[in-house]
Write a protein that binds this ligand. Structure first.
Ligand code: HSE
Length: 413
């Protein structure tokens, strides 16, 4: 029998406890022995819960108990998750976590400690919740050179954008609904500003390149500036707006970003709606594969954690090599990335056609009935070139005391 401890009895931690109990027999069979929960670390008491007699409040109890071989970190955040996880690994315990903030910020160091101590540090649940993506990258796709990973990696923002698209809701109302349904955090900034997606694409990029990726190097833009008007244009264009985390890898160079992007039906991510996540992985031999499913939520995420517990149990004496090393992966500046650009401009196209054409070249023009504005869709251009053109356009407009660009959304159409 192998003993585990769960740190954090919140949504994920309680889900892990539930699965360990409900799937006890299959877990024992696959792990090669029974997996028994010995402690649950939390600041609170849970007198009426099934773990009432297992609750502890002092991390030292886990750290000093030689019987505990596998520790689950489901606390979230960096403090005290980071010092606790580090202490467990240094103490020769295997650690499984669902915490992308921890993996993105300290993954390199924690993986190095796991290597040195010949234990395992697994984090399948940190990206895509219950969708298998970390393990496919280090196992099933290990014969591939990964060329691109592009995904809808955040359920909350995908729910909000889907509501805006399908039901014409405003961003504020859709966010309120997401909060009422318990999808969005009370402080939704990490979701809506793209920080959560940024950490996830940083982890996936590090997995694919085998090198450390600093998530702060990744250009990150959230969805707070997307409006219901943008979706009216998108509908005309047969498109939708999705928050993407994308990483393109070629000859050691990596281009990565997080931003809302206009997609049409030809892109498989177009059909990923509501709280679902979808991740496309392009390998040089395989071509494109798509991973789809529940990217968040109690049992889906806990299921990925339990799979990691089983893999740790199967490798109690071995270190399974996953992840990346201390070598740093440079990320190209966003100015080097190429997109088409959807741009909304105040006024009428008739008055501004010349400036539009001289600065943006050949464009498609879209107009909405009764609106004192129009939109253009440029040809593909480098972000740096687009920015220069946009600044020149706005400068001309201001010189004529006119309003210029109201909105810009990158497009892959
Ligand atoms: N807040 C995240 C989401 C949870 O909405 O996808 C899963 O990481």
């Amino acid at each position: 029998m192998i003993k585990t401890a769960v740190m954090g009895y919140g949504t994920i931690g309680s889900g892990v406890v539930e699965i360990l109990e409900q799937n006890k027999d299959v877990i024992a069979k696959r792990a090669g022995q029974e997996v028994e929960l010995k402690y649950v670390l939390d600041l609170r008491e849970f007198p009426d819960s099934p773990v009432a007699d297992k609750i502890i409040h002092d991390f030292k109890t886990i750290e000093t108990d030689e019987e505990v071989k596998i520790v689950v970190e489901a606390m979230g955040g960096l403090n005290p998750a980071y010092p606790f996880v580090k202490a467990c690994l240094l103490g020769g315990k295997h650690v499984v976590t669902s915490n992308k903030a921890l993996v993105a910020a300290y993954g390199t160091e924690l993986l190095e400690i796991a290597r040195e101590k010949k234990v395992n540090f697994f984090f399948e649940a940190s990206v895509g919740g219950g969708i298998p993506i970390i393990r496919p990258l280090y196992r099933c796709l290990m014969g591939e050179r990964i060329e691109e990973i592009s995904g809808i990696l955040n359920g909350t923002t995908n729910y909000i954008l889907t509501k805006m698209d399908k039901e014409g809701e405003s961003f504020e109302n859709a966010l309120k609904e997401a909060q009422n349904l318990g999808y969005a955090e009370r402080n939704p900034e990490a979701d809506v500003e793209g920080h959560d997606t940024c950490r996830k694409i940083a982890i996936l990029t590090a997995m694919a390149t085998g090198k450390e990726v600093n998530y702060e190097d990744i250009y990150t833009e959230g969805i707070t500036k997307i409006t219901d008007i943008d979706f009216k244009y998108a509908e005309k264009m047969g498109a939708s707006v999705k928050l993407l985390g994308t990483s393109r890898m070629k000859d050691g160079r990596v281009n990565a970003y997080v931003a809302p992007v206009m997609l049409d039906k030809t892109n498989p991510l177009y059909a990923v709606n509501d709280v679902f996540n979808g991740i496309m992985v392009k390998g040089n031999m395989l071509g494109t594969s798509m991973f789809y499913g529940s990217g968040a939520g109690k049992l889906p995420t806990a299921s990925a954690v339990v799979a990691d517990i089983i893999e740790a149990a199967q490798n109690l004496e071995d270190h399974v090599e996953i992840g990346w090393t201390e070598e740093k992966q440079a990320i190209e500046p966003m100015d080097q990335a190429s997109f088409r650009y959807f741009v909304r401009i105040a006024g009428s196209y008739r008055n501004k056609e010349q400036d539009v054409k001289s600065l943006f070249g050949k464009v498609e023009v879209y107009e909405l009935y009764g609106m004192d504005e129009f939109a253009i869709l440029t040809q593909e251009m480098k972000e740096g070139e687009f920015k220069a053109a946009a600044i020149a356009f706005d400068t001309k407009e201001q010189a004529q005391s006119d309003f210029g660009i109201k909105q810009m959304i990158r497009a892959m159409l």
